[in-house]
Design a protein around this ligand. Sequence first.
Ligand code: NAD
Length: 260
Amino acid sequence: MDLTNKIAIVTGAASGIGLAIAKRYAAAGAKVAIADLMLEAAEAAAAGINADHPGAAMAVAMNVTDEDQVNAGVAAVVAAWGSVDILVSNAGIQIVNPIEAFAFADWKKMLAIHLDGAFLTTKAVIPHMYKQGSGAILYMGSVHSKEASPLKSAYVTAKHGLLGLCRTVAKEASPKGVRTNVICPGFVRTPLVDKQIPEQAKELGISEDEVVKKVMLGQTVDGEFTTVEDIAELALFFAAFPSNALTGQSLVASHGWSMG
Ligand code: NAD
Protein backbone atom coordinates (compact mmCIF):
# COMPACT_ATOMS: atom_id res chain seq x y z
CA MET A 1 0.00 0.00 0.00
CA ASP A 2 1.41 3.30 -1.12
CA LEU A 3 1.14 6.81 0.37
CA THR A 4 3.42 8.65 -2.06
CA ASN A 5 2.69 12.42 -2.08
CA LYS A 6 0.25 12.09 0.84
CA ILE A 7 0.48 14.49 3.78
CA ALA A 8 -0.30 13.02 7.21
CA ILE A 9 -0.69 14.48 10.69
CA VAL A 10 -0.32 11.98 13.54
CA THR A 11 -1.04 13.27 17.04
CA GLY A 12 0.84 11.80 19.98
CA ALA A 13 3.46 10.58 17.51
CA ALA A 14 6.50 11.29 19.69
CA SER A 15 6.04 7.89 21.37
CA GLY A 16 4.53 4.42 21.17
CA ILE A 17 1.82 3.62 18.62
CA GLY A 18 1.79 7.09 17.03
CA LEU A 19 5.53 6.98 16.42
CA ALA A 20 5.27 3.54 14.77
CA ILE A 21 2.47 4.84 12.51
CA ALA A 22 4.53 7.89 11.55
CA LYS A 23 7.50 5.65 10.66
CA ARG A 24 5.30 3.29 8.63
CA TYR A 25 3.67 6.17 6.74
CA ALA A 26 7.07 7.68 5.90
CA ALA A 27 8.28 4.29 4.67
CA ALA A 28 5.18 4.15 2.45
CA GLY A 29 6.11 7.51 0.89
CA ALA A 30 4.09 10.00 2.94
CA LYS A 31 5.19 13.23 4.56
CA VAL A 32 4.33 13.04 8.27
CA ALA A 33 3.84 15.73 10.89
CA ILE A 34 4.67 14.49 14.38
CA ALA A 35 2.19 16.51 16.47
CA ASP A 36 2.78 16.13 20.19
CA LEU A 37 2.66 17.87 23.53
CA MET A 38 6.33 16.98 24.02
CA LEU A 39 8.06 19.11 21.38
CA GLU A 40 11.59 17.86 22.09
CA ALA A 41 10.52 14.23 21.77
CA ALA A 42 8.58 15.10 18.60
CA GLU A 43 11.69 16.76 17.15
CA ALA A 44 13.78 13.69 18.00
CA ALA A 45 11.17 11.44 16.36
CA ALA A 46 11.10 13.62 13.24
CA ALA A 47 14.91 13.63 13.07
CA GLY A 48 14.94 9.83 13.28
CA ILE A 49 12.46 9.54 10.40
CA ASN A 50 14.29 12.15 8.31
CA ALA A 51 17.53 10.19 8.72
CA ASP A 52 15.91 7.29 6.86
CA HIS A 53 13.58 9.32 4.60
CA PRO A 54 15.02 12.83 4.07
CA GLY A 55 12.39 15.59 4.27
CA ALA A 56 9.61 13.17 5.24
CA ALA A 57 8.92 14.42 8.78
CA MET A 58 8.32 17.63 10.68
CA ALA A 59 7.65 18.19 14.37
CA VAL A 60 4.67 20.26 15.50
CA ALA A 61 4.03 21.40 19.07
CA MET A 62 0.41 20.61 19.81
CA ASN A 63 -1.71 20.10 22.88
CA VAL A 64 -4.73 18.45 21.29
CA THR A 65 -7.07 19.88 23.94
CA ASP A 66 -6.19 23.47 23.00
CA GLU A 67 -8.13 24.76 19.99
CA ASP A 68 -5.62 27.50 19.15
CA GLN A 69 -2.68 25.08 19.27
CA VAL A 70 -4.52 22.54 17.12
CA ASN A 71 -5.44 25.16 14.54
CA ALA A 72 -1.93 26.63 14.54
CA GLY A 73 -0.36 23.18 14.18
CA VAL A 74 -2.58 22.22 11.24
CA ALA A 75 -1.94 25.64 9.64
CA ALA A 76 1.83 25.09 9.99
CA VAL A 77 1.60 21.74 8.20
CA VAL A 78 -0.53 23.21 5.41
CA ALA A 79 1.90 26.15 5.08
CA ALA A 80 4.85 23.76 4.80
CA TRP A 81 3.38 21.02 2.65
CA GLY A 82 0.23 22.43 1.00
CA SER A 83 -2.59 20.31 2.45
CA VAL A 84 -3.56 17.40 4.70
CA ASP A 85 -4.64 14.02 3.35
CA ILE A 86 -4.54 11.88 6.48
CA LEU A 87 -5.25 12.61 10.14
CA VAL A 88 -4.50 10.04 12.82
CA SER A 89 -6.02 11.28 16.07
CA ASN A 90 -3.94 9.13 18.39
CA ALA A 91 -2.77 11.20 21.38
CA GLY A 92 -3.94 9.65 24.61
CA ILE A 93 -3.24 8.91 28.24
CA GLN A 94 -4.46 6.41 30.80
CA ILE A 95 -5.59 7.00 34.38
CA VAL A 96 -6.77 4.04 36.46
CA ASN A 97 -8.81 4.38 39.63
CA PRO A 98 -12.04 2.97 41.06
CA ILE A 99 -14.93 5.30 40.27
CA GLU A 100 -15.43 6.40 43.88
CA ALA A 101 -11.81 7.58 43.97
CA PHE A 102 -11.67 8.94 40.41
CA ALA A 103 -10.94 12.66 40.65
CA PHE A 104 -13.35 14.79 38.61
CA ALA A 105 -10.34 16.68 37.25
CA ASP A 106 -8.87 13.38 35.97
CA TRP A 107 -12.21 12.44 34.36
CA LYS A 108 -12.30 15.78 32.55
CA LYS A 109 -8.64 15.52 31.51
CA MET A 110 -9.21 12.05 30.01
CA LEU A 111 -12.29 13.09 28.08
CA ALA A 112 -10.55 16.26 26.90
CA ILE A 113 -7.46 14.52 25.50
CA HIS A 114 -9.33 11.66 23.83
CA LEU A 115 -12.59 13.32 22.75
CA ASP A 116 -11.89 17.08 22.54
CA GLY A 117 -8.61 16.17 20.84
CA ALA A 118 -10.38 14.03 18.22
CA PHE A 119 -13.05 16.69 17.66
CA LEU A 120 -10.66 19.65 17.42
CA THR A 121 -8.19 17.96 15.08
CA THR A 122 -11.01 16.68 12.86
CA LYS A 123 -12.55 20.14 12.71
CA ALA A 124 -9.20 21.70 11.81
CA VAL A 125 -8.24 19.29 9.00
CA ILE A 126 -11.59 18.65 7.37
CA PRO A 127 -11.92 21.94 5.44
CA HIS A 128 -8.61 21.13 3.71
CA MET A 129 -9.83 17.64 2.87
CA TYR A 130 -13.16 18.96 1.56
CA LYS A 131 -11.31 21.44 -0.65
CA GLN A 132 -9.46 18.62 -2.41
CA GLY A 133 -12.39 16.17 -2.24
CA SER A 134 -10.46 13.44 -0.41
CA GLY A 135 -9.05 12.47 2.94
CA ALA A 136 -8.78 9.75 5.56
CA ILE A 137 -9.32 10.28 9.28
CA LEU A 138 -8.37 7.61 11.80
CA TYR A 139 -9.23 7.62 15.47
CA MET A 140 -7.19 5.55 17.90
CA GLY A 141 -9.84 3.63 19.79
CA SER A 142 -9.15 0.52 21.85
CA VAL A 143 -10.64 -2.81 22.76
CA HIS A 144 -12.09 -0.47 25.39
CA SER A 145 -14.21 1.03 22.59
CA LYS A 146 -16.11 -2.29 22.76
CA GLU A 147 -15.47 -3.74 26.22
CA ALA A 148 -15.22 -2.42 29.77
CA SER A 149 -12.61 -3.09 32.43
CA PRO A 150 -12.60 -2.15 36.10
CA LEU A 151 -10.77 1.06 37.11
CA LYS A 152 -11.10 2.61 33.63
CA SER A 153 -14.38 4.52 33.71
CA ALA A 154 -13.11 7.62 31.92
CA TYR A 155 -10.98 5.74 29.37
CA VAL A 156 -13.76 3.29 28.44
CA THR A 157 -16.25 6.16 28.15
CA ALA A 158 -13.91 8.18 25.93
CA LYS A 159 -12.99 5.21 23.72
CA HIS A 160 -16.67 4.28 23.25
CA GLY A 161 -17.35 7.95 22.41
CA LEU A 162 -14.89 7.86 19.52
CA LEU A 163 -17.11 5.30 17.74
CA GLY A 164 -19.97 7.82 17.78
CA LEU A 165 -17.77 10.62 16.48
CA CYS A 166 -16.36 8.38 13.74
CA ARG A 167 -19.80 7.26 12.55
CA THR A 168 -21.20 10.79 12.54
CA VAL A 169 -18.24 12.23 10.64
CA ALA A 170 -18.46 9.28 8.22
CA LYS A 171 -22.06 10.23 7.38
CA GLU A 172 -21.23 13.93 7.01
CA ALA A 173 -17.91 13.65 5.23
CA SER A 174 -17.95 10.53 3.06
CA PRO A 175 -20.08 12.23 0.38
CA LYS A 176 -17.24 14.77 0.16
CA GLY A 177 -14.58 12.05 -0.20
CA VAL A 178 -13.43 11.88 3.44
CA ARG A 179 -13.45 8.49 5.17
CA THR A 180 -13.29 7.95 8.94
CA ASN A 181 -12.46 4.75 10.81
CA VAL A 182 -11.40 3.61 14.27
CA ILE A 183 -8.54 1.26 15.11
CA CYS A 184 -9.07 -0.70 18.34
CA PRO A 185 -5.85 -2.21 19.69
CA GLY A 186 -5.58 -4.69 22.53
CA PHE A 187 -2.73 -4.18 24.99
CA VAL A 188 0.41 -2.85 23.29
CA ARG A 189 3.64 -2.55 25.31
CA THR A 190 4.19 1.24 25.30
CA PRO A 191 4.91 3.76 28.09
CA LEU A 192 1.12 4.14 28.53
CA VAL A 193 0.80 0.44 29.39
CA ASP A 194 4.04 0.15 31.37
CA LYS A 195 2.79 2.88 33.71
CA GLN A 196 -0.45 0.98 34.42
CA ILE A 197 1.13 -2.32 35.46
CA PRO A 198 2.26 -1.26 38.96
CA GLU A 199 -0.84 0.96 39.36
CA GLN A 200 -3.24 -1.89 38.60
CA ALA A 201 -1.24 -4.33 40.77
CA LYS A 202 -1.67 -1.95 43.70
CA GLU A 203 -5.38 -1.29 43.08
CA LEU A 204 -6.27 -4.95 42.48
CA GLY A 205 -3.97 -6.37 45.20
CA ILE A 206 -2.16 -8.74 42.80
CA SER A 207 1.40 -9.00 41.46
CA GLU A 208 2.62 -7.14 38.38
CA ASP A 209 3.13 -10.49 36.65
CA GLU A 210 -0.52 -11.34 37.32
CA VAL A 211 -1.60 -7.98 35.91
CA VAL A 212 0.20 -8.79 32.66
CA LYS A 213 -0.78 -12.48 32.40
CA LYS A 214 -4.34 -12.34 33.78
CA VAL A 215 -5.69 -8.78 33.44
CA MET A 216 -4.00 -7.67 30.23
CA LEU A 217 -3.47 -10.88 28.26
CA GLY A 218 -5.70 -13.40 30.06
CA GLN A 219 -8.44 -13.24 27.45
CA THR A 220 -6.22 -13.31 24.37
CA VAL A 221 -6.01 -16.51 22.32
CA ASP A 222 -2.24 -16.84 22.81
CA GLY A 223 -1.09 -14.66 25.73
CA GLU A 224 0.65 -12.23 23.37
CA PHE A 225 0.80 -8.43 23.33
CA THR A 226 -0.32 -6.68 20.16
CA THR A 227 2.66 -4.70 18.77
CA VAL A 228 3.07 -1.11 17.60
CA GLU A 229 3.99 -2.54 14.19
CA ASP A 230 0.69 -4.47 14.03
CA ILE A 231 -1.23 -1.25 14.61
CA ALA A 232 0.93 0.75 12.17
CA GLU A 233 0.12 -1.81 9.46
CA LEU A 234 -3.62 -1.36 10.08
CA ALA A 235 -3.23 2.42 10.06
CA LEU A 236 -1.54 2.13 6.67
CA PHE A 237 -4.34 -0.08 5.35
CA PHE A 238 -7.06 2.35 6.46
CA ALA A 239 -5.18 5.40 5.16
CA ALA A 240 -4.48 3.89 1.76
CA PHE A 241 -7.85 2.24 1.22
CA PRO A 242 -9.18 3.62 -2.06
CA SER A 243 -12.94 4.04 -1.61
CA ASN A 244 -15.85 4.91 0.66
CA ALA A 245 -16.59 1.18 0.99
CA LEU A 246 -14.57 1.35 4.21
CA THR A 247 -15.92 4.20 6.31
CA GLY A 248 -17.54 4.49 9.75
CA GLN A 249 -15.90 1.20 10.78
CA SER A 250 -13.94 0.03 13.79
CA LEU A 251 -11.44 -2.82 13.65
CA VAL A 252 -10.08 -4.69 16.66
CA ALA A 253 -6.52 -6.05 16.70
CA SER A 254 -6.08 -7.73 20.08
CA HIS A 255 -4.95 -11.36 19.68
CA GLY A 256 -8.57 -12.37 20.03
CA TRP A 257 -9.22 -10.63 23.36
CA SER A 258 -12.28 -8.99 21.86
CA MET A 259 -14.07 -10.60 18.94
CA GLY A 260 -17.06 -8.23 18.92
P1 NAD B 1 2.29 6.65 24.67
O1 NAD B 1 2.22 7.14 26.06
O2 NAD B 1 3.45 5.83 24.23
O3 NAD B 1 2.14 7.87 23.63
C1 NAD B 1 1.16 8.85 23.78
C2 NAD B 1 1.67 10.14 23.18
O4 NAD B 1 0.60 11.11 23.27
C3 NAD B 1 2.89 10.74 23.91
O5 NAD B 1 3.90 11.10 22.98
C4 NAD B 1 2.32 11.97 24.60
O6 NAD B 1 3.25 13.04 24.74
C5 NAD B 1 1.18 12.35 23.66
N1 NAD B 1 0.16 13.17 24.31
C6 NAD B 1 -0.41 12.99 25.52
N2 NAD B 1 -1.27 13.99 25.78
C7 NAD B 1 -1.26 14.82 24.70
C8 NAD B 1 -1.92 16.02 24.37
N3 NAD B 1 -2.78 16.59 25.22
N4 NAD B 1 -1.67 16.59 23.17
C9 NAD B 1 -0.78 16.03 22.31
N5 NAD B 1 -0.11 14.90 22.58
C10 NAD B 1 -0.33 14.31 23.77
O7 NAD B 1 0.91 5.85 24.44
P2 NAD B 1 0.43 4.78 23.35
O8 NAD B 1 0.26 3.49 24.06
O9 NAD B 1 1.25 4.85 22.12
O10 NAD B 1 -1.05 5.34 23.08
C11 NAD B 1 -1.42 5.99 21.88
C12 NAD B 1 -2.93 5.84 21.70
O11 NAD B 1 -3.25 4.45 21.59
C13 NAD B 1 -3.78 6.38 22.85
O12 NAD B 1 -4.93 7.01 22.34
C14 NAD B 1 -4.16 5.12 23.60
O13 NAD B 1 -5.36 5.28 24.33
C15 NAD B 1 -4.31 4.15 22.45
N6 NAD B 1 -4.24 2.75 22.83
C16 NAD B 1 -3.12 2.25 23.43
C17 NAD B 1 -3.09 0.92 23.77
C18 NAD B 1 -1.90 0.30 24.43
O14 NAD B 1 -2.03 -0.83 24.93
N7 NAD B 1 -0.75 0.94 24.47
C19 NAD B 1 -4.20 0.09 23.51
C20 NAD B 1 -5.32 0.64 22.91
C21 NAD B 1 -5.32 1.97 22.57
